[in-house]
Design a protein around this ligand. Structure first.
Ligand code: NDP
Length: 406
């Protein structure tokens, strides 16, 4: 929490004001605005401290004893931590992941999202390597605060694994915000150079920037965690192997969240933790459903989806897939003058009329898709969407008025 979603979202809220301020002009406002990064970071840290205290209080109120230190599981029932050996009938591993970087010369010069959340001051220019969730979100944050951002990735488009239309639309919107995107490029090394950093690449001119951030995935935090004598099964990635009840190969030791190889999202880890505690302490066998997990990228503009992307839907249903889509200028930008478009897509199984996937890039996408995810999880059909009354005027109403098939 302290290095992930919450501080990132607070920075994103801060970044949104850049849009609000410039969009306000054509609505008649005159604003002489200046941003102080230090104030934002300090206030973000104050809020994190407050949340930290709340969580500590929750543990205390529930009679949870906490030990601070680096833990090592030394046998099936024992964790060694700071000179204490703690024993329990069941152990739960929830240590998460850590930013992973490729082993290339000069990699010690780069920062990860951990340090990006704590920067004392903003650089004038930054190169971000990696076109996944973190790379895209931080590119948007830094660009909103006036940093010149270059996003370097090895693929064609950002966000591999997402719907291809959504990837292209968001990449296009990011380019409009002066984020320079360099695709199909592998970085061979990073050199320090006159107080700046030079990215050496295989196919483009070397890139020079004040700061380099790597966002090339996160790996399970397993180093030194479990004594070799325990022989706990791992996946190829190093993640701890678990079954559908989150039991490791040592059945009284469970593992949840990013230390396993399931979906790396906070709400999923919370559901997994709930599943373990309900099974162990309430004899309630709740399974986590990994289908139709909604997700969002808090870029500018944001992106969110639930269900299958078009490629997955075609793999599942062949040509019996209908695509409904809508692209428009949101009402606010008819006056603000901002050149930003919203794109929405509904993917339907033509035979059953069932909604297979819903995707959106545009203002409020995460808030809108969260509601739609309930309908999709309940097995909504396109005709259910069509018979729902829209809230007018809103962007969300497009999802219940989308009549034209591609
Ligand atoms: P992602 O897996 O999302 O993206 C990693 C990116 O780095 C990809 O573009 C990948 O390229 C690239 N990459 C991986 N290895 C290399 C390499 N050796 N050299 C160059 N590029 C490389 O990871 P993130 O770090 O962005 O985020 C980690 C996880 O955290 C995410 O999977 C997500 O689940 C979670 N997260 C969720 C958020 C949310 O819910 N809003 C926000 C932030 C994080 P390629 O595609 O070619 O493999």
């Amino acid at each position: 929490m302290l290095r992930g979603c919450i501080p990132k979202k607070l920075l994103i809220y801060g970044a949104h004001y850049a849009d609000y301020i410039s969009d306000a002009r054509n609505f008649g406002w005159t604003i002489d605005a200046h941003h102080n990064w230090e104030t934002l970071i300090n206030n973000k840290n104050i809020e994190l401290d407050r949340l930290h205290e709340i969580y500590k209080g929750v543990l205390k109120n529930n009679n949870v004893i906490t030990f601070k230190g680096v833990g090592n599981i030394i046998d099936e029932h024992t964790i060694s931590i700071g000179g204490n050996n703690i024993t329990a009938e069941n152990l739960l591993i929830a240590v998460g992941g850590w930013p992973s970087t490729p082993d290339i010369p000069g990699i010690e010069n780069v920062i990860s999202s951990n340090e990006a959340l704590e920067l004392k001051e903003l650089p004038k220019t930054i190169a971000i390597v990696g076109g996944g969730y973190i790379g895209v979100e931080f590119a948007s944050i830094f660009a909103s605060f006036g940093v010149q951002v270059t996003l370097v990735m090895r693929g064609d488009y950002i966000l591999r694994g997402f719907d291809s239309d959504i990837r292209k639309k968001l990449q296009n919107e990011m380019a409009k915000r002066n984020i320079s995107i360099i695709n199909n490029t592998v970085v061979k090394g990073i050199k320090k150079f006159n107080g700046k950093f030079k990215l050496e690449t295989e196919n483009t001119e070397d890139l020079v920037s004040d700061l380099v951030m790597y966002a090339t995935g996160r790996t399970p935090n397993v180093s030194g965690l479990v004594s070799a004598s325990l022989d706990m099964d791992k996946e190829k990635s190093g993640a701890i192997k678990v079954d559908e009840k989150f039991r490791t190969s040592i059945p009284n030791i469970c593992a949840i969240g990013d230390v396993t190889d399931r979906i790396q999202l906070t709400p999923i880890a919370i559901q997994e933790g709930t599943s373990v505690s309900e099974r162990l302490f309430n004899s309630n066998d709740i399974r986590v459903d990994y289908k139709n997990v909604p997700t969002a990228v808090f870029s500018s503009p944001p992106l969110a989806f639930v269900g299958l992307n078009e490629e997955q839907a075609r793999d599942a249903c062949g040509d019996k897939v209908d695509i409904f889509e809508s692209e428009f200028k949101p009402l606010i930008h008819t006056i603000s003058g901002r050149d930003e478009r919203t794109y929405m897509k509904i993917i339907v199984d033509r035979i059953s009329d069932k909604i297979l996937g819903v995707h959106m890039v545009g203002i409020d996408a995460p808030e809108i898709i969260q509601g739609i995810a309930i309908a999709v999880k309940m097995g909504a059909k396109k005709r259910d969407f069509d018979s729902t009354t829209g809230i007018h005027p809103s962007s969300a109403e497009e999802f219940v008025t989308m009549k034209n098939k591609r």
